[in-house]
Write a protein that binds this ligand. Structure first.
Ligand code: 3H9
Length: 704
């Protein structure tokens, strides 16, 4: 007999001796206030019903519980707090079983850890990913998990935020068993009945003895502390270590209070705000007006034109997604080079022990390369990645127009060229979309999806579907010189060059920006990418450059000497014997001095703070222009572009989120101040001015 009571989002049903409690809060059963209250009510119901001998907690749909409701962060917390819910579950006098399918993450795993027994079915993902949001587990994760598994394993799981498979979780003692089948509720109820039959006791995790060996726990904590000391800028990892230290040093209830105070400290931090912004921004950027209105075209076979660095990287990305690739190159030699470029990636993985030869062979069985465009007759989607020159691209497009079947999608990986012009050169402009990958294309997450004027909606939707298949982070952009990322880059890179000519050394600028959180400064990036690339672009554009605009020639002087960066062992830095980390070069400093003199500049000192302010003001201002002109849909698209394509520190959320945190009025005041020296370069964006006038911020446009 089944007796049902229902609450809004947590309902319970008695199945004979077992109370089955179902959390039903789509899309992912996050622990919203209603869920928390519902869980307490369910535990009360279990306690009140003498017929109930055990309780099973299960999630409706694909997931157990994805964690705290991230949308509640930063708002006034409503009772009951999650630690109270967990304490209530753990204090139950009737055994509680967590039956896990899908995600049991963050607070979701903490709920499971406060149950007395845990069972998971295949496909479950268990983890404490709070550090990725600038937090630490705030509901006993740092206290209960080490008590179950020991400190070393718990620290690894919490600091990495990685997901455990059911098998790995069972081996470490996080769960008790892995059940067959796909019905977590049935597995939970069966387990509960076994426990009742065996008269199994309640088994609070707080009493588990995983920390009994204090010396081992302390050694793990000390090792973790050394590791987190190297994580520049981030607060929460060191708080994780502090909280696990408390698990060793303090009784359980006191440890819970310590964890809570660290959690609240992190919750209040701008890092948490930045990381949560990034979490939602990358989910929003994956949607576009076209994906809402049109269905993607089906694609099973992909063509890639060009086997250079980009073409090979794109081929690997597509192969890694499980799709077959046909690569086209000019001649047999180029075909062989293209194939070798692809193989090199997999050989690198084999050398690192991350792949075996058999797997490589299986992947390459899906790869073919040819000099004949006719080999593309049956592909559904083509990505062109040939030399960045309009004439060359148009030649390729003419061939594609000739051979491709009707409805095949044609992506161009141009970084700067006018895609409308490329699309307009063939008979089917509606099939052409920009797919701007970042190098190395098999690793970098960003994919700018550039939407030309005549493209049809389902082609854009197909591009977003491709991004999903390739596990890229897509951002929609419109056509302009440089799209979102490179257009903004050109401007802040110029701001860096101006500072260099005005008196800051490239080494100071790089250092100031590393301290801000970039993995590398702009001059290090230039040395890594190769100075010759930018030099070629500058030469190409020399004829059309505004003769009155300030032009810093230092980079040209360096390139004229053949110093292109790491690949030539010197650029802005020296790289003796192929070193990866450069050393400052006195000869470069002498070139800079000479250029300052030539330009009539009296060098002055810059503080690191001023360097960051100018660099960021240039980035934010051009970001605002890009949104104002509709090149990016919203400020969050600029943020996602910079976090995933340009090394912007994720914990700052992105340049536009950072601007909101600084205050748009302050950013605008800086720009107006800088404009006093160079009003041609420092022109406040109309969008920035209007937001400041209205007292609004960029976030207000993300909601629109
Ligand atoms: C925490 O738990 C703190 C505690 O220790 C302490 C508390 C005191 N909240 O990713 P998807 C939304 S911190 C609210 O596209 P998938 C998401 O925005 C939390 N919303 O699906 C999206 O909405 P929309 C620790 C959430 O199947 C929709 O759900 N937990 C949450 O590819 C679908 O998401 C985490 O960090 C949430 N917690 O992946 C886990 N999670 O449709 C974060 C998701 O409007 N979540 N949404 O765009 C994930 O890793 C993935 O979402 C998951 C599903 C693997 C669950």
């Amino acid at each position: 007999m089944t007796q049902t009571e229902s609450a809004d989002v947590v309902r319970w049903t008695r199945q004979d001796r077992v109370l089955l409690v179902t959390i039903d809060y789509p899309p992912v059963n996050a622990l919203n206030v209603k869920v928390r209250a519902g869980l307490i009510a369910a535990m009360d119901a279990a306690a009140a019903d003498d017929a109930v001998k055990a309780v099973v907690l299960v999630g409706q749909g694909a997931n157990f519980i994805a964690g705290a409701d991230i949308r509640e962060f930063g708002k006034t917390p409503l009772p009951p707090p999650l630690p109270e819910v967990c304490a209530r579950i753990e204090a139950s006098t009737k055994p509680v079983v967590a039956a896990i399918a899908g995600a049991a993450l963050g607070g979701g795993l903490e709920v499971a850890l406060s149950a007395h027994y845990r069972v998971a079915i295949e496909g479950a993902k268990l983890g404490l990913p709070e550090v990725a949001l600038g937090l630490l587990p705030g509901s006993g994760g740092t206290q209960r998990l080490p008590r179950l598994t020991g400190a070393e394993f718990a620290l690894d799981v919490i600091l990495s935020g990685r997901h455990l498979t059911p098998k790995a979780a069972q081996a470490a003692g996080v769960i008790d068993r892995v059940a067959d089948g796909s019905d977590a509720a049935a597995a939970g109820v069966a387990y509960a009945n076994e426990l009742i039959d065996a008269n199994a006791p309640v088994r609070p995790t707080r009493d588990a003895q995983g920390l009994a060996d204090k010396a081992a726990a302390q050694a793990a904590i000390d090792a973790a502390r050394q590791k987190v000391a190297k994580l520049r800028g981030l607060i929460s990892p060191s708080r994780v270590v502090d909280a696990v230290q408390a698990a060793v040093d303090q009784p359980f209830d006191e440890g819970m209070r310590t964890e809570r105070s660290f959690f609240l400290e992190c919750l209040d931090s701008p890092q948490r705000a930045g990381l949560v912004h990034a979490f939602f921004a990358e989910r929003e950027s994956a949607k576009s007006p076209e994906t809402r209105e049109a269905k993607p075209r089906a694609f099973e076979k992909v063509g890639v034109i060009g086997g250079g660095t980009m073409g090979a990287g794109i081929s690997v990305a597509v192969l890694d997604a499980g799709l077959p690739v046909v690569m086209i190159e000019r001649d047999d030699e180029a075909v062989a080079r293209g194939r070798a470029n692809v193989e090199k990636v997999y050989d690198g993985l084999i050398a690192k022990g991350r792949m075996d030869a058999e797997r490589k062979a299986a992947i390459l069985a899906r790869f073919s390369a040819s000099t004949s465009y006719d080999s593309l007759k049956d592909v559904d989607l083509v990505i062109e990645a040939v030399f960045e020159e309009m004439g060359v691209k148009k030649g390729v497009f003419a061939e594609l127009d000739r051979v491709l079947k009707p409805g095949a999608v044609i992506g161009t990986n141009t970084s700067y060229l006018d895609i409308d012009e490329i699309a307009g050169s063939i008979s089917r402009p509606e099939d052409v979309v920009g797919l701007h990958f970042f190098s190395p294309a098999n690793i970098m997450k960003l994919l700018e999806i550039v939407v030309p004027a005549k493209v049809s909606k389902d082609v854009v939707a197909t591009a977003f579907e491709l991004a999903k298949k390739l596990r890229k982070v897509p951002v929609r952009a419109k056509v302009c010189d440089g799209f979102i990322g490179n257009r903004i880059l050109a401007v802040y890179r110029q701001a860096a060059d101006y500072m260099m000519e005005d008196g800051a050394s490239p080494y100071q600028i790089d250092k100031a920006l590393r301290e801000f959180g970039f993995p590398m400064g702009p001059f290090q990036v230039s040395d890594l990418a190769g100075g010759d690339i930018g030099w070629a672009t500058r030469k190409r554009r020399a004829a059309t450059r505004d003769p009155n605009a300030r032009y810093v020639q230092i980079a040209d002087r360096i390139c004229e000497r053949g110093w292109f960066g790491q690949k030539t062992q010197r650029g802005y830095y020296l790289y003796p014997q192929g070193a990866r980390v450069g050393q400052p070069d006195p000869e470069v400093e002498a070139i800079i001095d000479a250029e300052r003199e030539r330009a009539g500049v009296t060098p002055r000192a810059f503080s690191d703070d001023e360097i960051v302010r100018r660099y960021m003001a240039a980035m934010i201002n051009e970001g605002a222009n890009v949104v104002h002109e509709g090149i990016a849909l919203r400020p969050l698209d600029v943020d996602v572009t910079f976090v995933h394509g340009y090394g912007f520190p994720r914990w700052r959320g992105g340049p536009m989120q950072y601007a909101d945190q600084v205050g748009l009025d302050k950013v605008l005041a800086d720009i107006r101040e800088f404009a006093k020296e160079d009003s041609r370069f420092w022109k406040p964006s109309p969008l920035l001015e209007s937001l400041v006038a209205k007292g609004e911020n960029f976030a207000s446009l993300n909601k629109a």
